[in-house]
Design a protein around this ligand. Structure first.
Ligand SMILES: Cc1cc2nc3c(=O)[nH]c(=O)nc-3n(C[C@H](O)[C@H](O)[C@H](O)COP(=O)(O)OP(=O)(O)OC[C@H]3O[C@@H](n4cnc5c(N)ncnc54)[C@H](O)[C@@H]3O)c2cc1C
Length: 357
């Protein structure tokens, strides 16, 4: 029943795979979605859902649910210590969604999976894609449960260590930063413009602080020991999650080979600054599904490679400015850029780019 050559096989049930499965099913294209893990990660990871994702998930009914459940953030304040340098204002974006939704990734995935189940499709957990071969007319696959089968296309939404990308021997060029960054979800007592997300430049680097819900905040820094980077007046309560991680900026050389396609972290990686990672994956997924339905799939690879290139380049630049150690760049960031970024046209362009539009 599963191995109809008319079905599309999706490897990975993160935000990218789930979004692809929902959109394909909504459009009447048969799918099967596999997830190698037996249960969903409970980690908050990506927190921001941008206007572009909300627009793309509207027709499937996911956006309506996300809007009911998640908190809205209308601006990002950039500060030097306590001083406000400039504020990115989403109210300047010419769009119906003039905000970023703040929702932990596991809750976003739960919302997506709930909708997929309503459409009659379940994620098959504990089943991994092991090997595959493009046979010309179809893709043959071997799964970890011993099953073999044939599919019309394979969509690799299997994350940064993608089996699909590795087996296609595709270049994933770019670089990994040599020092770790850190993040934590913690309970905080704090009263600094708390409806906004905040990026605070410090002599030692940069720290990001945003309320998730209630008194729980996400803190991230471009160095280890995130809690030590906090301003003195902030008092830390319970620590819910804390981790160090290495930032990579990478882009796959091709988004498709024959009947096999890639999307999400399997195709692109960049720093969390700008909150584009998960959103770009959702965009890949919806574009894949729509092109598949329209019969324009050959154009998917070029379209997504261009989008991936633009985003990785932009996020890489934002990251260099935000984490600059060079005194000249730091002075420019404090004394010149705020004047530029306060100009309405520039401010709205930045807000529009951060909204994924
Ligand atoms: C610590 C941390 C913090 C982050 N913070 C942010 C943030 O603030 N903002 C932001 O935008 N992004 C953030 N990200 C990145 C964000 O989580 C990813 O961009 C997002 O998860 C990508 O979604 P995806 O579906 O493409 O891949 P993933 O979420 O990685 O999903 C891939 C899925 O495929 C499964 N899989 C792998 N191999 C196979 C196989 N062979 N067969 C079947 N299944 C397979 C995996 O188990 C996984 O569930 C963060 C990531 C981490 C780790």
């Amino acid at each position: 029943m599963h191995d109809s050559p008319l079905s599309i096989l999706i490897a990975g049930a993160g935000p990218t795979g789930l979004s692809a499965a929902i959109e394909l099913t909504r459009l009447g294209v048969p799918v099967r979605i596999l997830e190698k893990e037996t249960s969903r990660s409970g980690l908050s990871r990506a927190l921001g859902i941008n206007a572009r994702s909300l627009e793309l998930l509207e027709e499937s009914g996911v956006t309506e649910r996300l809007l009911e459940r998640a908190r809205k953030v209308y601006g990002i304040s950039f500060r030097q210590g306590k001083e406000l340098l400039w504020r990115v204002e989403f109210s300047r974006v010419n769009h119906q969604y003039r905000f970023i939704l703040v929702y932990p990734q596991h809750s976003t995935e739960e919302t997506l999976e709930e909708r997929l189940n309503q459409l009659g499709i379940s994620v098959e957990r504990g089943v991994a894609l092991e090997t595959f071969k493009d046979e010309g007319e179809f893709v043959s696959v071997q799964l970890s449960n011993g099953e073999t089968g044939n599919y019309r296309y394979l969509f690799g939404a299997d994350g940064s260590h993608s089996t699909v990308r590795h087996q296609l021997e595709l270049n994933f060029s770019g670089h990994r930063e040599t020092h770790p960054w850190s993040l934590a979800d913690v309970k905080l007592a704090w009263n600094l413009d708390e409806p906004d997300a905040n990026v605070i430049f410090l002599p030692s680097g940069m720290v990001f602080i945003m309320r998730i819900s209630g008194d729980v905040y996400r803190i991230a820094a471009d160095r280890p020991e995130v809690l030590e980077q906090l301003p003195k007046e902030v008092s830390v309560g319970e620590i819910l999650w804390q981790t160090d991680f290495f930032v990579s900026h990478r882009l796959v050389e091709r988004y498709s080979v024959g009947r096999i396609f890639l999307g999400g972290d399997a195709a692109h990686l960049h720093s969390p600054l700008g909150g584009r990672g998960m959103n770009l994956g959702i965009e890949d997924a919806i574009r894949f599904a729509r092109r598949c339905n329209e019969g324009t799939l050959p154009e998917y690879a070029a379209e997504r490679l261009a989008a991936g290139k633009r985003t990785v380049k932009l996020v890489s630049r934002i990251t260099s400015i935000a984490t600059a150690k060079n005194p000249v760049l730091r002075a420019l960031r404090t004394h010149f850029l705020p004047h530029l970024f306060r100009l309405p046209l520039i401010n709205s362009r930045i807000a529009t780019a951060m909204s994924g539009l």
